[in-house]
Design a protein around this ligand. Structure first.
Ligand code: CP
Length: 292
């Protein structure tokens, strides 16, 4: 495999191999070094975690990093993303990380590229490296996916994180259910929707999602959302002792989750970010060196 655009490309065995490689990097049993080789980061939609997590991963692997800013590049003159990638390839870049707003574009334009490309989020399509870091975090916590109750709650319809995770977690044997306002449900992902009150009592993993205001046509008033669909302190008190809270972030404190729960005992939100660097190191290593 040369490019990663979707979790549907990965078998369970390949996902386990990426997680195992990340664990070996975390334990310092594996220290790949790509000194003198080049990666490029192209983020055409805003990002804090994914962009800087990839940067940290690349630098920890010794890679040189080309950070292509849309406003300073010929993309602004109308050059296509494909020609931009061909150019970076001609200059000597071996792998590119791309975030942009068009669903499925990465798959379409990478077939004729020699360099590798990783999808860092394509519109409402997929976010495979977020899914991999979530899976790494769950595996670390529970040691398995088989039989785990995972509930993904929030703006499912507009969430690339929900799409990537729903596919992967179901294949890995988890029981995946969803919580969403009726207009944010997406039956192409699942028809297993439950209430937030049912969710907190049955889940091992509660994955909360941000409301994707930027992808809505009509403005959404969020004042009642926490009470109706969010994780309040009262609801957190009804969760199983061993259960954990995930969120890809950025978090809207006080909207999908009570502000103080973001850093509570059950929260693995900042651990997810740390794991994001390690899993991206593993993925970069596998794509550059061994193949997945
Ligand atoms: N989780 C995530 O993709 O965050 P950013 O949008 O900040 O990269």
């Amino acid at each position: 495999m040369k490019h990663l655009h979707s979790m549907t490309q990965l078998t369970n065995k390949e996902i386990e191999h990426i997680i195992h490689t990340a664990k070996s990097i975390e334990n310092k049993q594996l220290s790949p070094n790509y000194s003198g080789r080049f990666a490029a980061n192209i983020f055409l939609e805003p990002s804090t975690r994914t962009k800087h997590s990839f940067y940290m991963a690349e630098r920890r692997l010794g890679l040189e990093v080309v950070d292509l800013e849309e406003k300073d590049s010929s993309l602004i003159k109308g050059e296509s993303l494909y020609d931009t990638l061909k150019t970076l390839e001609a200059l000597g870049t071996e792998i590119a990380i791309v975030r942009q707003s068009q669903n499925g574009l990465i798959k379409q334009i990478t077939e004729q590229l020699g360099m590798s490309v990783i999808n860092a989020g394509d519109g409402t399509g997929e976010h495979p490296t977020q899914s991999l870091l979530d899976l790494f975090t769950i595996k670390d916590e529970f040691g398995t996916f088989e039989g785990l109750s995972v509930v993904i709650a929030g703006d499912i319809k507009h969430s690339r994180v929900a799409r990537s995770n729903a596919y992967a977690l179901k294949n890995l044997g988890a029981d995946v259910k969803f919580v969403a306002k009726p207009e944010w449900q997406d039956k192409t992902i699942s028809d297993k929707y439950i209430s937030i009150d049912e969710a907190v009592e049955e889940c091992d993993v509660l994955m909360l999602l941000r409301i994707q205001h930027e992808r809505h046509r009509d403005p959404f008033q969020s004042s009642q959302y926490l009470e109706d669909f969010g994780l309040t302190i009262e609801r957190e008190g009804r969760m199983k002792r061993s259960s954990i809270i995930l969120h890809p972030a950025p978090v809207n404190r006080g909207v999908e989750i009570s502000a103080s729960l973001v850093e509570s005992e059950k929260s693995r939100i900042f651990k997810q970010m740390t794991n994001g660097v390690t899993i991206r190191m593993a993925l970069l290593h596998l794509l550059l060196e061994e193949g997945i």
